[in-house]
Write a protein that binds this ligand. Structure first.
Ligand code: AMP
Ligand code: MG
Length: 328
């Protein structure tokens, strides 16, 4: 079985093709970026509309396949921005009708976890999912992916993007902050905001903004201190999740998983707890279509079917609301 997966929850329009053995045949994407400022939903939508057919064609070309070779179409049904989600949903419905093949809408966050498990061979991990919009500590328990800890305000990626914007970098700011931080030396104390298993970034964002505006510190030192503070928070909450839940594997995924400092902190913590730690391979950890295709295969193989009328997008579809039919 060959599945085309379409991703369009936010900044990225992606199309990936995956087999039922989990072989990624292609993974094409285009990310809406800006030289300055954050994501403008309408501009991101326009970007997706202009490029959707080109990306899908490139995915077919890369896989050396024709449209008629596809057996299943999967798309991100949520969570995400309503306008951008609709571009993927309409493309997927059209292809499914045209080719007369089944259509499945899948949850974007759960797709991040399943492709990570598949590629790292972890079986039952605690997942730290760190992306632009989402920051969650997730583990499977009682037939659902439960959220054991999460951000109370913004995602850590968006937080880093915003700090980057205050410092004058474009979108995405995360990689720029990582580069600045590598040159930082001095640790400036910032608010450390963990509430039970949850964490919050908005207050730290305000504080860093004030410090940038005060011009008392270099951006390098502020970027360094920002990373040290928020990554320590994420590591602390993940460590607590290990102690609570008693699982012995940790998976790191989402766009922010590309960050070497975060990876190193988690690695050190997991080692001291004798817990296996894996990072989802970089090309599959940010938003892309292959993870959506794989999630489609996983759910279809477990018997999930949808009518077109079931495929309405759900911008607020939470990880813990997903009916998990594929884990026995
Ligand atoms: P996603 O939404 O999962 O595609 O992830 C996108 C987010 O990942 C954006 O907020 C980026 O700033 C962030 N990101 C990408 N690379 C890095 C990095 N090296 N360090 C920190 N954040 C990053
Ligand atoms: Mg994501």
């Amino acid at each position: 079985m060959i599945c085309l997966g379409i991703e369009s929850t936010a900044h990225t329009f992606g199309a990936g093709i995956v087999t039922n053995k989990g072989e990624v045949l292609s993974n094409q994407r285009s990310m809406y970026t800006t030289a300055s400022g954050g994501i403008h939903p309408m501009k991101a939508t326009k970007h997706h509309l202009l490029l959707c057919d080109k990306i899908i064609n490139s995915a077919l070309e890369e896989a050396k396949l024709k449209l008629s070779d596809l057996d299943l179409i999967a798309f991100s049904q949520g969570p995400g921005l309503g306008q951008t989600l609709r571009v993927g949903a309409v493309s997927a419905r059209t292809l499914s009708k045209l080719l007369n093949v089944p259509l499945l809408g899948v949850n974007h966050c759960v797709a991040h976890i399943e492709i990570g498990k598949h590629k790292t061979k972890l079986k039952d991990p605690i997942t730290l999912y760190v992306s632009g919009a989402n920051t969650q500590i997730i583990a499977y328990a009682g037939n659902k992916y439960r959220v054991f800890g999460e951000t109370l305000d913004i995602g850590v990626g968006k937080f880093l993007d915003t700090i980057g914007r205050f410092m004058g970098t474009g979108f995405p700011g995360g990689p720029a902050i990582e580069n600045l931080a590598a040159k930082g030396k001095k640790y400036i104390e910032l608010p450390y905001s963990i509430k039970g298993m949850d964490f919050s970034f908005a207050g730290i964002q305000t504080k860093v903004r004030q410090l940038i505006e005060s011009e008392a510190y270099s951006n390098n030192d502020l970027a360094f201190s920002t990373q040290e503070t928020v990554f320590a928070m994420l590591t602390e909450a993940t460590e607590r999740a290990i102690a609570h839940i008693g699982k012995n594997e940790v998976l790191l995924t989402g766009g922010v998983a590309a960050n070497k400092r975060l990876t190193r902190m988690l690695e050190t913590m997991c080692k001291s707890r004798k817990v296996k730690f894996e990072v989802c391979p970089r090309e599959l950890s940010g938003d892309q279509g292959a993870m959506i295709a794989w999630q489609g295969i996983v759910e279809y193989s477990a018997g999930k079917r949808q009518k077109i009328s079931d495929t309405e997008i759900n911008g607020k579809w939470r990880t813990d609301q997903v009916e998990v039919n594929w884990i026995k």
